[in-house]
Design a protein around this ligand. Structure first.
Ligand code: F0G
Length: 458
């Protein structure tokens, strides 16, 4: 009988380390006050465990750093471009791949070409920059995630699924105004929740029926594929890369941030099959990003992304990745801290509305909890709630569907004892939740206010 062990270990060891700067609670209270109680305004040296985002913050591998040395900086037709193109098309066999400096540049180009006043773009849930880029063209961004996806408590294996009935109704009423249907895998704003292959097929069928293209916002495609492999019947024995290709083949194109699953610090792309659309996007690319064989990237970045794409579909990596996020979520759940369940792929989402029932949504319970976690333990999360999504293009404000604090886990960056520390801090703050204040905004920009707004505790 072979031995079998249950402990899932990091499938790597550490090769180069970065120091963390220890700070005192007193220091942090001063720093966050000076930052206008906005965690985006902090000097990152004042943060101990940085769970602000999993975007561009992961640790690159030895082989990615080696790939960087292969970077060829030719302006046009660099060999690094072909390495990148091949790695992307290996997983996403779209005819046209347009490199951009990050995901939102791909969004900006695509929506500038296909959206505009009178148009409406459905998505399971738009991420903040996606919504902002749709709205910046004068179009409307509509979120059609299944009802379970808006209820933190409710368990569902594919909580990121699109509400097919709602999509059908929208398409019946307005198909000519819908330039594209988007599906975000995994559904970041809704808790990092996956979308099933079956649901994706359902969206495809509706898109076919109404003659509308389907695009993926595919930032966390590998994590989504892993959830399909572990939760959807018929996929248990499939290679992750195969599952990714199957998702891609259901779509007509994609936007991508290479700062997430592809394990790079910068980069992204836009891809599609439509020749005419690709030409119009490339023309804009040249105007704002660069020549079509590098987009907004250096040759070395293209190489790092290509290598990262090969690493992120490794089942040993994904098993560790998904399990380490779940480990944090399970411990918090055991301690009675309300979180979005089941635990998502790249982050644990604390339900601030449930934890701070005395703070109404328009006094930003998520912001309050995020500030408290920083003050208490130097942990930086991000509010995903009424601060991020409560303000509308017409200047009015209303509560977002949920008030969450996301603790995003950078890839391959923190160890289990870092996570144990996070668990201890969150539990301690949760015990004091009834004492946490509401906040008011003292200054805010017209769009994407969460990045630069300044707050005051009440
Ligand atoms: N789409 C999704 C689902 C995202 O999560 C992000 C970024 C983007 C698009 C935009 O990509 O940052 O490369 O321009 N999400 C990061 C986050 C910032 O913290 O979740 P980008």
């Amino acid at each position: 009988m072979p031995y079998r062990f249950r402990t899932i270990i990091e499938p790597f060891r550490i090769h180069s380390v970065e120091p963390l700067r220890m700070t005192t609670e007193e220091h942090r209270r001063r720093a966050i006050r000076e930052a206008g109680y906005n965690l985006f305004n902090l000097h990152a040296d004042d943060v101990l465990i940085d769970l602000l985002t999993d975007s561009g913050t992961g640790a690159m591998s030895r082989d990615q750093w080696a790939a960087i040395q292969h970077g060829d900086e030719s302006y046009a037709g660099s060999p690094s471009w072909y390495v990148f193109l091949e790695a992307v098309q290996e997983l996403f066999p779209f005819r046209h791949v347009i490199p951009t400096h990050q995901g939102r540049a791909a969004e900006k180009i695509l929506f500038s070409v296909i959206a505009g006043p009178g148009k409406v773009v459905p998505n399971n849930t738009h991420f903040d920059t996606t919504r902002a880029n749709v709205e910046a063209t004068g179009a409307e961004a509509v979120d059609l995630v299944i009802p379970e996806g808006r209820r933190p408590e409710t368990l569902h294996p594919f909580k990121g699924n699109m509400d097919l009935e709602a999509l059908e109704t929208l398409l019946e009423e307005r198909a000519p105004d819908v330039p594209v249907v988007f599906v975000t895998i995994t559904n970041n704003s809704g808790g990092g929740q996956p979308v099933s292959m079956e649901n994706l097929r359902g969206v495809r069928a509706l898109c076919d029926r109404f003659g509308v293209p389907l695009f993926l916002d595919a930032c966390r495609f590998a994590e989504n594929a892993w959830f399909i492999r572990t939760r959807e019947r018929g996929y248990e024995d499939r290679h992750v890369a195969d599952i990714v290709r199957e998702m891609a083949r259901l779509a007509d194109g994609m936007t991508m941030s290479a700062k997430k699953d592809p394990l790079a610090n910068i980069g992204g792309w836009l891809a599609m099959n439509d020749d005419d659309l690709a030409e119009r996007c490339r023309n804009l690319l040249i105007l704002t990003e660069g020549f079509p064989t590098y987009g907004g990237l250096a040759g070395r970045d293209l190489e790092a992304i290509a290598q990262g794409l090969r690493e992120c579909v490794d089942p040993h990596y994904l098993r560790y990745r998904i399990r380490s996020t779940e480990y944090l979520g399970e411990a918090l759940e055991r301690a009675g801290v309300p979180i979005v369940r089941p635990v998502g792929g790249h982050a644990v989402y604390l339900d601030a509305r449930a934890l701070l029932p005395h703070v109404p949504p328009l006094l930003y319970p998520g912001q309050s909890l995020a500030v408290a976690l920083y003050e208490a333990g130097g942990i930086r999360g991000v509010e995903i709630g009424t601060v991020m999504f409560g303000r509308h293009p017409d200047g009015t404000e209303s509560p977002a569907p949920m008030d969450l604090v996301r603790l995003a886990i950078p890839r391959r960056t923190y160890t289990q004892s870092h996570v144990d520390y996070v668990i201890e801090v969150v539990c301690a703050v949760a015990e004091h939740a009834p004492e946490l204040p509401g906040y008011r905004i003292v200054r805010e920009p017209p769009q994407l206010r969460h990045f630069t707004a300044r707050f005051e505790p009440l």
